[in-house]
Design a protein around this ligand. Sequence first.
Ligand code: FMN
Ligand code: SF4
Length: 522
Amino acid sequence: MSAAVTKIFVPRDSAALAVGADDVAAALQREAAQRGLAIELVRNGSRGLFWLEPLVEVATPAGRIAYGPVAPEDVPALLDAGLLAGGAHALRQGATDDIPYLARQERLTFARMGITDPLSLADYEAHQGWAGLRRALALDGAAIVQEVTQSGLRGRGGAAFPAGIKWRTVQQTAAEQKYIVCNADEGDSGTYSDRMTLEGDPFMLIEGMAIAALAVGATRGYIYIRSEYPHAIATMQEAIRRASAAGFLGASICGSGHAFELEVRKGAGSYVCGEETAMLESIEGKRGVVRAKPPLPAIEGLFGQPTVINNVITFATAPLILARGAQFYRDYGMGRSHGTLPFQLAGNIKHGGLVEKAFGLTLRELLIDFGGGSASGRPIKAVQVGGPLGAYIPASQWDVPLDYEAYAAMGAVLGHGGIVVHDDTADMAQLARYAMEFCAIESCGKCTPCRIGSTRGVEVIDRIKADQQREQQVVLLRDLCDTMLHGSLCAMGGMTPYPVLSALNHYPQDFGLAAVQEASAS
Ligand SMILES: Cc1cc2nc3c(=O)[nH]c(=O)nc-3n(C[C@H](O)[C@H](O)[C@H](O)COP(=O)(O)O)c2cc1C
Ligand code: SF4
């Protein structure tokens, strides 16, 4: 009689690979073979609890039990301790789903993440995969658009524009050829939810893009993935190959007669290529320079044709909305911020990782209840929300609900949900200088406020730091920020003042100014 085969999960996500997941998988296979233990090793996506990676899970009759962070040298002792039966060990974290960090989340788009084998079509299907596409195939384009509009879904790439309105514009614009373009350039500091999706649940993105294609009548799609994501590119290419072979993509999606071909394009390696029109230029084989709008890409986009451009998470939400209905999704969140956002905790934080929650929770809950405070154990001083062009949020604002409008009201943005934590050793004048320098390096050069202003901004901050006519230079810096804010062609130059001004307003002492400046400035 052969022994029962035990399923063991070791993530193949880049974050897990970076801390040795491949070596752990090899050690498990080697040690199990030596001991004559029958195991089936599944390379899943990450659950998003990065401080526990590599997180090894074992399927037991009582559910999946987690161990982490596991090093290859831990493997013999883990097997000695009865790993295959979920045995006791210092690295045992209990039932994975009961780990408070996970149990407290509201995972909608990330519901399958880390649970399935990312490239298994059977696994995807067994976990509600393709249900949204199948429903979409039974509707006409206008009805699909209506469902997405009703859900209240707003673009998750940064600008939070309603997805349904964008889709409707493309749907109602007559053209021989229309395109669907997924923005997977994900250049924001501290963000990785797009990468996790590409690597951990790629069929969800394919399904979402196919739904968009049906909605607007597009037959070709591109996924523009940043060049720094080689694992994501490889996984996505393989997923497209498998989905095409199974008839979910190609000349006739699921035998419906609707064609949709999808391909991956590797990014050009510049931050501004994430700006949608620069991305279109890049896909067309040109330099990533921002186009003036209008015309909107929804009317004249890729190769001059109507194009839906959305972020990975925006598309990845469409299957759920179609499968569960607009109201189901709309009921999450607060105000006009419907649904959930996968927040990404990074920087100086004890428990870094992905937290999907409905809009409306606070930064304090994320930083303390989920993040467990700073990794250094020192007080948290500043938290940058929304990428390198997002504002620094001081402790006095940590109780403001995470909601697009509430953040806009205090001069901040949620952006792509990236959260980077700094402790009290951070020099905010230095970080403000960094924001200007980042803009100077990444500027596409098309407009003067951004191209010249960012370089002048670095110089002005240097003079403030060196106390050369400090007070006058601060006035100049504010004036410069005002020009960039209102005169830039795109949000690259237009948002660089956010981190600069928030640093100046909330941490004036770091610029050598009296703290009283805060009240008058904010
Ligand atoms: C400098 C700059 C970089 C951007 N980078 C990204 C990016 O990496 N990914 C993304 O989805 N959107 C990015 N955006 C926003 C896109 O221009 C666009 O709004 C978005 O892709 C639209 O998709 P959504 O409506 O689903 O958010 C960037 C914008 C700017 C100004
Ligand atoms: S703001 Fe900067 S990145 Fe945007 S168009 Fe102007 S120069 Fe280019």
